[in-house]
Design a protein. Structure first.
Length: 89
């Protein structure tokens, strides 16, 4: 099963459980997380279902570049890290 891990920055705003899922794609994996905590959706996705600019996702150490479709395949042992990108000066 793929594992979705949410970094502590998101925990300042809402509960961020670690998720084990048999989802075949990133979008389906995220939907598994949203079923546990529906508020998480608004922190990660915009109104059109696209990944927000301040969110970065890595699958098995590789950056997710398609922020619209999120149909990237997940392997049976994939590890997905979901981060809130930090900015500032």
């Amino acid at each position: 099963m793929a594992t979705l891990i949410f970094t502590p920055q998101l925990a300042r705003f809402t509960e961020v459980p670690q998720i084990q899922t048999d989802a075949a794609t990133l979008r389906d994996g995220l939907e598994s997380a949203f079923s546990v905590n529906p508020r998480l959706r608004g922190y990660l996705l915009d109104d059109q279902g696209r990944l927000r600019p301040n969110v970065a996702i890595f699958i098995d150490g590789h950056t997710v570049r398609d922020r619209v479709h999120l149909d990237i395949p997940l392997g049976i042992d994939s590890t997905v890290h979901v981060l809130q990108a930090l900015s500032g000066g």
